[in-house]
Ligand binder design. Structure first.
Ligand SMILES: NC(=O)c1ccc[n+]([C@@H]2O[C@H](COP(=O)([O-])OP(=O)(O)OC[C@H]3O[C@@H](n4cnc5c(N)ncnc54)[C@H](O)[C@@H]3O)[C@@H](O)[C@H]2O)c1
Length: 285
């Protein structure tokens, strides 16, 4: 009995202490700030938008697929989250400018841009068409530039803001059959570093998150087309599992927070050590 009472007291004490610790540890600077997440109609972008809104941000959810953007925004609004659907192709400058202007007019000053929209054009180098190369670079690399440029024009006069680029571990390590995607993501990684150096004097941070395998439509559709065995590939990930979309979303929230004010130009893989293990994707052969 004594033990039980003692335990109960400990649990009450623990709960109070934990609550206090959680409050002290919770990320600050997100409440009521404005974010845009590109390619948020599904997959990783959808979850990033959801988690940021759950943490108090007002979120503009962009997608080139307007039905996906509107459906997802509606679903998140039904959860009580402040999310605005934004149609727009990140590779088209006029659409990007209109999207950023609309967010500023309807939600307020932009604090965070998450460059998440991406496409994976898979083909071996000898067979890759010029159109597929251009499309990969237009969306995966130029889209990041166009959105970042439009965002920093708003952020620089206010002396503050955050950009998080979603690249890929494919931009860090070489893969067969994905040369356009890998090259475009490598460009995003170095773009992050260059922009971080330019933006640091303006109080704007620029960081890059490189997801490892994450079970979204991008992955499952590509795997099916290429006949890849995802279950076998998961066995090669040292952590023994794929990344969850939320694993990425929480790092984005950290990069956006006041606690990360001095963290810039960093490239972080969220991949359970997938990119460090060798041989990579050996199950393809
Ligand atoms: N899923 C993975 O395993 C994985 C791994 C590494 C990196 N990534 C990266 O994470 C990001 C999100 O990937 P995902 O798996 O959620 O992909 P996904 O294909 O499931 O979702 C991508 C979204 O981006 C949108 N989009 C595509 N082109 C666009 C454009 N021009 N303008 C605006 N929106 C556009 C699509 O309509 C879609 O809703 C991508 O940049 C991708 O390269 C994913």
């Amino acid at each position: 009995m004594e033990l039980l009472i003692g335990s109960h007291t400990d649990i009450v004490g623990w709960t109070e202490t934990t609550r206090g610790r959680n409050e002290a540890n919770s990320m600050s600077g997100l409440q009521d700030r404005v974010a845009i997440v590109t390619g948020g109609g599904r997959g990783i972008g959808r979850t990033i938008a959801q988690v940021l809104a759950q943490k108090g941000m007002r979120v503009g959810l962009n997608d080139v697929n307007i039905v996906a953007a509107e459906t997802t925004a509606q679903e998140l609004r039904a959860e009580g989250l402040p999310v605005l659907a934004l149609a727009g192709d990140v590779s088209r400058k006029a659409e990007v400018t209109a999207m950023i202007d609309r967010v500023e007019a309807e939600l307020g000053p932009l604090w965070l841009l998450v460059n998440n929209a991406g496409i994976l054009n898979a083909a071996p180098a000898a067979e890759l068409t010029e159109e597929a190369w251009d499309e990969a670079f237009n969306v995966d690399a130029k889209g990041v530039f166009l959105c970042s440029q439009a965002a920093i024009k708003k952020m620089i006069p206010r002396r503050g803001g955050r950009i998080v680029n979603i690249a890929s571990i494919a931009g860090m390590i070489a893969r067969t059959g994905e040369i356009a995607y890998c090259s475009a993501k490598a460009a995003v990684i170095h773009f992050t570093r260059c922009l971080a150096v330019e933006m640091a004097p303006h109080g704007i941070t620029v960081n890059c998150l490189c997801p490892g395998m994450t079970r979204t439509e991008m992955l499952t559709v590509t795997a099916k087309e290429r006949g890849l065995d995802l279950d076998r590939m998961v066995k090669l990930i040292p952590a023994g599992r794929m990344a969850e979309e939320a694993d990425h979303a929480h790092l984005v929230a950290y990069f956006a927070s006041d606690e990360a004010a001095h963290v810039t130009g960093q490239v972080v893989a969220v991949d359970g050590a997938q990119s460090l293990s060798h041989p990579y994707m050996s199950c393809e052969h």
